[in-house]
Design a protein. Sequence first.
Length: 270
Amino acid sequence: MKREAYMIEDLLKKYKNSTSGTSEMLDRLLTEMLENIGHTDSHIRDQIIYNEFCQILLNNSLNREQISKIINQCIKNLSFNIGETNTDSVFTRSFSILFLHAIICYDNQSIILSERDFNKIIKNSLHYFKVEIDVRGWVEDKGWAHAPAHTSDLIVECIKSRYFKKNLVNEILEGINSNIFKLQLNSVCYIDDEDIRMSMILVSLLEERYITEKEVGIWLAKLKDYLETGASKKIEYYRKTKNYTDFIRALFFQTERFKYLQKNIKILLK
């Protein structure tokens, strides 16, 4: 195990066993976690850093200043080497999204964020959703990058927030639109359930009544029209078409309650 793991685990042990000075120890631990948030060792990144952060959050151990520091650093991380593809920087960006997702989930249960905090998170996350171009899922020897899936999960939780406003819907649809037509290196389409995770955004919008079945049907038809205007025999077109088809199929199976929409999806799949 690498030095970072020993350091973080040592800080964790001291923090958990401490009866005094825990705020200072927690600050040191959080700093170390944030500095290594995108570590390429999945054990350090997933098990030690992310899982332990979630536990600290659930234990209600963070004060207002610490939460603000985490939010600001994670948002800053979203622009870290943005525009790169097939590099390790995506882990920093994608796992910063996971930290923000954990915070929003907790806020939906325990009310820890101000409306300003929420707006900062959703605004920057939606921008990131559109501009991230490294859309790999599982990365050999390094684990999950999964930026589109992680960001989709965050957006789903944001839709459940008391602070969510309907005027965010169009920007969310633009983000989904952008991601459906993204491809991995060498024109590889989505293969790690990204379609399911993105479809859950629309399911949440429907369930929370921020969008109607008719509006979703019209939007899906426009996406198909846009796709078909670029029809060609190139592999990129085939793969983008597969992304779209997989997405609406995933949506179909998630919307059993919405029969009108399912009827429209069946037509689009013909």
